[in-house]
Design a protein around this ligand. Structure first.
Ligand code: GCW
Length: 636
């Protein structure tokens, strides 16, 4: 009897364990290491960062020993891994390099197996931009509320509650595992209150948690802060009281956060205040802040996303170059111009932003959007690495000092909403370290660590992910169409969108210009001449209706519905074919996913399965609404 009970007990116990193992909520991200407590780690120096490297390796390493060695000959932040018998040696010139090396070793362990590797980051600034508001909401966030729990200020500002701390630590581990080295904590539509002492105390607590993981803290600022906080009666950057205010504010920040990174600024854009309010230029504004930050080594990241101000009426995609080109050369050395990858606004597809061709003397950063504002939010499986790789085909990483990614992170259990949206955080981090990695290699790594190493699974899902961005372009807005989203939330289709009380640049009809004859925005020399902002050979190529790549066709040209395209079919037939292709691709996602039910834990499997069904229904809606509307415009 006893024995039977024992067997029964152990069976129930194993089922329970299995149950627990099955119930994954995604909170482990790609760091699903098994605790083995096997590896002996030695190092010749000690620091909080090295302590983290040691603990990660001691708990999760499979090798018998790992030696951590400081080697000043290696590049900044880089590392070298050398396999040695049943152990390995990690060398780096700084502590943070050793931590990066430790995570790289754990990644190898979960994917390719341990091998010798030398690695160093391509960009010195690899930042997440959080559009988090002080009321806890996240602008364009689809994964819950802000991870920072801004409500815990005042009495609570000096420490984080336990639950928050655990989530923040997991966030830091995830970032350090990719090499992300900075976080802008708050929305670019910034509240002046972020610079008040209570919030700065809170920021200092977050900064302290992030510091050992090599993550520097940055803030977005509101240009009118001194005035909004009631401390000056102007925010004119050339006014000495304003300059003085910023200098002392900056010194207040550095007193709390000695390694503070600097400011990100959205000024005179979409209603935000800026130097233009006082007849001053963006350079005047940026330089005033840069002067305050300079003594501490801080930087200003000034966004070029401005339209509707000084160049009102001009084709929106031309306005950044029109505004900033005349100022190139006027910025202080610690100012970086930060521009979105495309000239409009994070559309599923845009040509690259020509500001990267035009600005020569000011350091530049690219801003990608990890959160899928215009790509199905956290409801559609759309893997963004192919889009970012496409950008780097046109803009060489050598022209940039950094990359910023608008984060898709919130307080949802799995941080990102859709389980596959985690792949976009992962891919952003990997590409910010090494933009030459292929998007397929990144998705394979991610799949192996996040779900399963089973070969068929990895091959099938990585292929699906690889095509998902193009599929999204097809079911939403193929052939260069853009911005035909529903007002404001930007989730579904609204090609007929027009509201007289909105700026025209927010109305879909401004962008597609469909009429009885054809569709598309004429940006060739015959139209707004936006093509003139591009370098050769793109300028000519985009200007010519015949030579323009079909993926940008309706971005640069207004084309007749019956225009014969290279494949012998008319524009209209091609449009229909693209929408059909997009929808049928997404239909296929679910059958692929259903083959792997037994391989994936049930919670995440079901979540993805439901979302894929929703994505299919949404794709059908996009096709029906858009084709129906175009047909009406054609007069059918
Ligand atoms: O894409 C638009 C978004 C706004 C955003 C703005 C920007 C933060 O719809 O939500 O504001 O761009 O990038 O400044």
């Amino acid at each position: 009897m006893d024995r039977i009970y024992k067997i029964l007990f152990s069976l129930t116990f194993s089922f329970l364990c299995l149950g627990i193992a099955c119930a994954e909520d995604g909170s482990s991200l790609w760091l699903r290491y098994t605790s083995l407590d096997k590896t002996q780690v030695s190092s010749d120096t000690h620091s909080p960062t090295i302590a983290i490297a040691r603990s990660e390796l001691e708990h999760y390493g499979t090798l018998s020993s790992v030696k951590l060695v400081i080697d000043k000959g290696l590049p900044s932040e880089g590392f070298r891994i050398q396999a040695k018998g049943d152990g390995a040696e990690i060398r780096a010139s700084q502590d943070i390099g050793l931590l990066y090396g430790a995570y790289a070793l754990l990644r190898q362990q979960q994917t390719s197996g341990i091998r010798n590797l030398r690695s160093a980051p391509r960009f010195s600034l690899r930042l997440l931009n959080h559009w988090d508001n002080l009321d806890g909401s996240v602008e364009r966030g689809y994964a819950g509320k802000s991870l920072w729990k801004w409500e815990e200020i005042d009495g609570q500002a000096r420490k984080m509650s336990r639950g928050v701390e655990q989530r923040v630590v997991q966030y830091c581990r995830a970032n350090a595992s990719l090499g992300i080295n900075g976080s802008v904590l708050n929305n670019v539509n910034a509240s002046p209150k972020i610079l008040s002492p209570a919030y700065l105390d809170k920021v200092a607590v977050l900064a302290a948690a992030m510091r050992p993981y090599g993550i520097r803290t940055f803030l977005s600022i509101n240009f009118a802060s001194p005035m909004a906080l009631g401390e000056t009666d102007t925010a004119d950057p050339l006014d000495s009281r304003v300059q003085q205010w910023w200098s002392s504010k900056v010194s207040e920040i550095y007193a709390r956060i000695p390694d503070f990174g600097g400011f990100l600024v959205k000024a005179n854009s979409e209603g935000q205040p800026g130097p233009g309010d006082y007849g001053r230029t963006h350079a005047d504004g940026a330089n005033m802040l840069a002067a305050a930050l300079e003594p501490y080594g801080g930087i200003v990241m000034w966004r070029s996303f401005v339209y509707g101000a000084n160049h009102k009426g001009e084709d929106r995609v031309k306005q950044a170059v029109s505004e900033f080109l005349p100022m190139d050369g006027q910025f202080r050395r610690n100012v970086i111009l930060q521009s979105k990858n495309g000239p409009l606004d994070f559309q599923p597809r845009e040509p690259y932003a020509p500001i990267f061709d035009n600005i020569r003397q000011t350091p530049q950063m690219v801003e990608f959007q990890i959160t899928q504002e215009y790509l199905g939010q956290s409801k559609h499986l759309v893997y963004l690495a192919p889009m970012w790789k496409e950008f780097f085909r046109f803009v060489s990483p050598h022209r940039l000092v950094g990359v910023a990614g608008v984060a898709n992170i919130g307080d949802d259990p799995n941080y990102c909403g859709h389980p596959f949206s985690q792949a976009n955080w992962y891919a952003f981090g990997r590409l910010s370290w090494d933009p030459s990695l292929s998007s397929a290699c990144i998705s394979q790594e991610w799949l192996m660590q996040t779900f399963s190493r089973e070969e068929h699974f990895v091959a099938s899902l990585s292929q699906l992910m690889e095509g998902s961005r193009e599929d999204c372009v097809d079911y939403m807005m193929p052939l260069g169409l853009h911005h035909i989203f529903k007002f404001d939330h930007h989730y579904g289709p609204e090609p007929d969108g027009f509201r007289a009380d909105y700026p025209i640049e927010w109305c879909p009809v401004y962008y597609h210009k469909a009429d009885a004859q054809g569709i598309g925005f004429e940006r060739s020399a015959k139209g707004t001449d936006a093509v003139a902002q591009y370098r050769r050979p793109y300028r000519k190529r985009y200007d010519s209706l015949r030579k323009c790549p079909k993926e940008y066709l309706l971005w640069f040209h207004h084309v007749d519905w019956d225009h014969p395209m290279r494949n012998g079919k008319t524009l209209w037939e091609n449009l229909v074919a693209h929408y059909d292709r997009g929808v049928s691709q997404v239909k296929g996602y679910r059958s692929v996913w259903q083959q792997f039910e037994s391989l994936v834990d049930s919670q995440r499997w079901q979540e993805v399965d439901h979302l894929l069904e929703l994505q299919y229904r949404n794709a059908q809606e996009w096709r029906e609404v858009c084709l129906g509307y175009w047909q009406k415009m054609k007069g059918e």
